[in-house]
Design a binder for this molecule. Structure first.
Ligand SMILES: Cc1cc2nc3c(=O)[nH]c(=O)nc-3n(C[C@H](O)[C@H](O)[C@H](O)COP(=O)(O)OP(=O)(O)OC[C@H]3O[C@@H](n4cnc5c(N)ncnc54)[C@H](O)[C@@H]3O)c2cc1C
Length: 406
């Protein structure tokens, strides 16, 4: 696994603290620790288990498929290339968590076919591999599919794939530690305060009373970024799609099912990323499949038995279109929250105050993690101002007005 060589290293003596060990935090910390050079202290703080939040539950589809405008598509496409480079695609020791399986999608109405055809055409024009194929070609690519006769169009996106996020996080957190980063999780890693003096961050305080000196604090804390920035005394606006209230859009239902078995005709379960009209699925670890559906909504207030019923419904939909699932059962389900910036695009960069406070929160964080880590590391270590990140600065949101004096 390799990151590209560092463009410049930070001055010796600098202390960088990253808060949050989801995909963004572990990618960034590994990159910082490897590129920083001697004498630079890099610490990663995680309040629970690394990867336990959005990253663990993510569908983890690596794609730039329906990302607009062009600059955001390009950022995500660079994300695919960054994972390929980081995982050493093609190398014999490529990690098993990196799965460049390709993605099949089909439509079953004339209107959906027109949308899929137009999207594939636009993506191909943008230099992104996207092909309309016949149902027979799709069945050859993914023998597990039971394509219904109602199919109106099929598209194949060969560069896409997915990650198994739990082993990926473990791998990158271990890599960060081997490169010299200090990694603290659980109560010793839970940030409870940020000390600010002279208008700049000075230290981070943890739940166990440790005070960790810091010149730079990077909040990679997913949906908790706004509250951590406020804890550090920032008045910046970091608006996220609401997630806590009933009916909120940011939570999603994730379902696991298994075991996947070889069907009578010798066909096993799905081996690729698949987007059917009723359900999206891909292989998961432990002989399971990971299922999601765009029209199935659950939030943090949805209780039993509704969640169980929805999970069963998703498995039934997957069984109808893929072999190997006939005896599978639901093995788990949970509602999890997508950290989604209000305008749908990443929020990455320095906050105006206090000095030394940098934030990164994004949807599509799995697709973007390796590439954002590289861009952010060059800003944090070498003081670069990466043009690719210009559209995503926190300053595009007006700061919340301060309360009027009473
Ligand atoms: C259901 C679902 C499906 C998704 N599908 C896709 C997809 O197909 N493709 C894709 O690219 N992306 C997808 N995403 C989005 C992607 O998973 C997220 O963008 C990404 O995981 C965010 O990673 P993160 O590191 O920013 O945040 P997180 O993984 O949420 O990590 C933040 C970490 O910060 C820690 N933290 C918070 N506060 C503190 C504190 N005070 N002290 C210490 N630590 C703290 C948390 O404990 C947590 O571990 C999906 C997300 C969900 C939920």
């Amino acid at each position: 696994m390799t990151f590209p060589p560092p463009s410049a290293a930070a001055q010796p003596g600098r202390r960088l603290v990253v808060i949050g060990a989801g995909v963004l935090g572990v990618c960034l910390t590994a990159r910082l620790a490897e590129a920083a050079g001697p004498g630079v202290a890099v610490t990663l703080l995680e309040q629970a288990r690394p990867g336990h939040a959005a990253t663990r539950s993510s569908f983890a589809w690596l794609n730039a498929n329906n990302k607009t405008p062009r600059a955001y598509h390009d950022l995500n496409h660079a994300g695919l290339r960054a994972w390929s480079a980081l995982a050493g695609a093609g190398a014999q020791d490529r990690p098993d968590w990196y799965r460049p399986s390709g993605n099949l999608e089909w439509a079953d109405t004339p209107q959906a076919a027109a949308e899929l055809t137009a999207r594939a055409g636009r993506l191909a024009d943008w230099g992104y591999p996207a092909h309309l194929i016949s149902p027979a070609a799709a069945a050859e690519l993914e023998p597990a599919l039971r394509l219904p006769p109602t199919v109106t169009a099929v598209a194949w996106f060969p560069e896409e794939g997915y990650l198994l996020t739990e082993p990926m996080v473990a791998d990158l957190a271990g890599r960060a530690a081997r490169a010299g980063a200090t990694v603290l999780s659980g109560e010793p890693g839970r940030v409870t305060g940020v000390d600010v003096a002279g208008g700049a961050v000075r230290a981070v305080r943890t739940a166990t009373g440790q005070v960790i000196p810091a010149d730079v604090v990077v909040c990679c804390a997913g949906r908790w970024v706004p509250e951590l920035a406020a804890l550090a005394g920032s008045a910046a606006s970091i608006p996220l799609v609401p997630w806590a209230l009933p009916g909120a859009e940011a939570p999603g239902l994730v379902v696991l099912a298994g075991p996947v078995t070889a069907a009578a005709a010798g066909r096993g379960g799905p081996a690729r990323m698949v987007h059917s009209p009723g359900v999206h699925f891909r292989p998961h670890g432990g002989g399971q499949v990971h299922l999601e559906a765009p029209d199935v909504h659950a939030d943090l207030h949805t209780g039993e038995p509704a969640l169980g019923d929805l999970a069963t419904e998703l498995l039934a939909r997957a069984r109808a279109v893929a072999s190997g699932l006939d005896t599978a059962e639901v093995t788990g389900y949970r509602v999890c929250v997508r950290p989604m910036p209000a305008d749908g695009h990443s929020i990455v960069g320095w906050l105006p105050a206090p000095g030394g406070l940098y934030v990164a929160v994004t949807h599509s964080g799995v697709t973007l993690g390796a590439h954002l880590a590289e861009l952010m590391a060059s800003e944090l270590l070498a003081g670069a101002d990466r043009a690719e990140l210009a559209p995503y600065r926190p300053g595009r949101f007006p700061a919340a007005p301060s309360p009027a004096p009473s």
